[in-house]
Every structure is written in C-alpha cells, then in structure tokens.
Ligand binder design. Structure first.
Ligand SMILES: [Zn+2]
Length: 283
C-alpha cells in the first residue's frame, strides 16, 4: 500500500515539523534578550531605542520595590529618597498610581496614547527623549496642554550614559531639558529616568545637581519587546498595586500592543486605583 505508506510518512513529517517548530519557539522565548543594540530593526517611524539592558549590567536593570542590594550607601553619593536603585523613586508615595510612557514623543503612537488618556480622563507622565522632542515639539506641547507631566529621558537614549563623564551626563540632561523648554516654555521638568534603568552614582549626582528627581518603576510589562496586548495586560495586572509606577512606551517600535492593552487596562485600573501624573508642583 504505497499510497497509505506515503500518507503516513507525510503525517509523521508534518508532526515532526510541528514539534520542531514548537521547540524552536519555546527556545526563542526562553532565550535572554540580545543586547539592546542588536535587538532593534530600523523602521521608518523614527529612532528606535533598545531598552532595558541585561539586568546584570546595572542594579537598575530589574524593578524592585525594595532597595537594591547593590545600592550600598557608600556607593551612591546622593540618596534621593526612593526605594529603587540608588534611591530612585519606585512608588508614588501614596496609594495613587502613576502611568509613565517612555521614549517619545512619536508621531504615530503618542497621539493614540493621548487620545486614550483623554477618553478616560487620565493624566500621566511622559519620559521624553531629547532628539524626539526636537523633532516633534508640537507633540510635547500637546502633552503639556492636556495636563500630563514630563520627565527627561536623556538626549538619545544612551543606555551607557551613566558610565560617561559627569560633564557629559550633565550636558546630555541639560540639552534635553533645553529642547523641552524650547518646545513648551511653561513646562516643568521635575523628573529624570535613566534609559534602561541603568542608574549609576554619576547619574544620581547629575540629577541632584539639576534638581531632577530620579524615577524608576515598580510595574514593568516589558511592552518594549512587543509581546502582544494580552501579555502586556496580564503583566500589568499581576504586578499592579497601590502606589505603583507603571513603565510603558509610546515610541521605539511597534506600540500597537501597548495601545490595545491601555484601552483594556484604563477602565480596570480606574475601578481599582486613583491615577495621577507624577506631580511637579512645588515640594
Ligand atoms: Zn526608554
């Protein structure tokens, strides 16, 4: 029965191929992410930033509500008062929750995030990258005009900025602040977030010098990896709690999953928490 033998052989081939495919997919999902610089694929949507570096590189690579064991008091010249890496903020200080959106502004995704926030009457914080601010000052004005607050996220998302000279770090942060103020002269810039969470004592010193509060996060759905809306939603739900600072991205790649997840999450979060932008009022 050559026909049935062939069919059986074909079936075995299909099953084997399926198993191999699953194993390959599983292997890929278990593999650590390559270094951010290798992860990016150029798009026409503007700069694409690698995000979090391997967590072993920096104490800030992993989110924690507890002080990092690496953040020994004598290692950090400045203790900003938070419980994150080197004292960076990882909580709002109240039961209120803060949503933060990093790496923009981006002409495709930032307006979609702004529209959703407006639809639900939620104000948030945007951690903007200087070169994107310079390219899209109108979006910075929209962010400010709609009552959101701003956070400096460096000039061009240099993950290794914290390892550079104090003068280089200071110049980078100042250049970004200047671009924000050129776009929106009335903006208050009270926060800085280090790209990749790669905090160093030098970055902390620059923040203290420039009167910027270092802000980390406590909820990280890794949306920059574009894992899909369902995964982003599940990760936010599982990590969320009172006082959380949530890290999401409105730029740096395909953020359709983030936008879809936000649409689902906003009503849920509003039912459980009061949402606030990180405050920039006088201390
Ligand atoms: Zn970033």
């Amino acid at each position: 029965m050559r026909g049935s033998t062939l069919r059986a052989a074909g079936l075995v081939t299909v099953v084997l191929a399926g198993l191999l495919g699953s194993a390959f997919a599983l292997g890929r999902s278990l593999m650590p992410d390559p270094h951010p610089s290798a992860a990016g694929v150029a798009t026409t949507l503007g700069p694409r930033y690698g995000e979090q570096p391997p967590s072993t590189d920096f104490p800030g690579g992993t989110a924690s509500a507890r002080p990092s064991p690496d953040a020994a008091p004598d290692a950090a010249p400045v203790k900003p008062g938070g419980d994150g890496p080197y004292g960076a903020l990882v909580a709002t200080g109240s039961s209120r929750v803060a949503l933060t959106f990093d790496d923009g502004p981006d002409p495709r995704w930032t307006p979609q995030v702004l529209a959703l926030l407006a639809q639900y009457g939620v104000r948030a914080t945007f951690c903007v990258v200087g070169e994107n601010v310079e390219a899209h000052p109108d979006l910075v004005r929209s962010i400010v005009a709609e009552g959101h607050t701003l956070c400096n996220h460096s000039w061009n998302h240099d993950i290794n900025l914290g390892k550079r000279s104090p003068a280089t770090i200071r110049a980078d942060l100042l250049r970004t602040n200047d671009a924000i103020l050129a776009a929106a002269p009335d903006a208050r810039i009270a926060y800085y977030r280090q790209p990749g969470g790669a905090w160093t004592p030098s970055v902390m010193s620059a923040c203290a010098d420039l009167n910027l509060t270092p802000v980390h996060w406590s909820v990280d759905p890794s949306d920059w990896k574009a894992p899909g809306a369902t995964t982003i939603e599940a990760m936010v739900r599982s990590q969320m709690g009172p006082g959380a600072i949530v890290l999401m991205h409105d730029a740096g790649g395909d953020r359709s999953g983030t936008v879809t997840a936000l649409q689902q999450l906003l009503p849920e979060l509003l039912a459980r928490f009061e949402l606030e932008p990180l405050p920039v009022g006088s201390p």
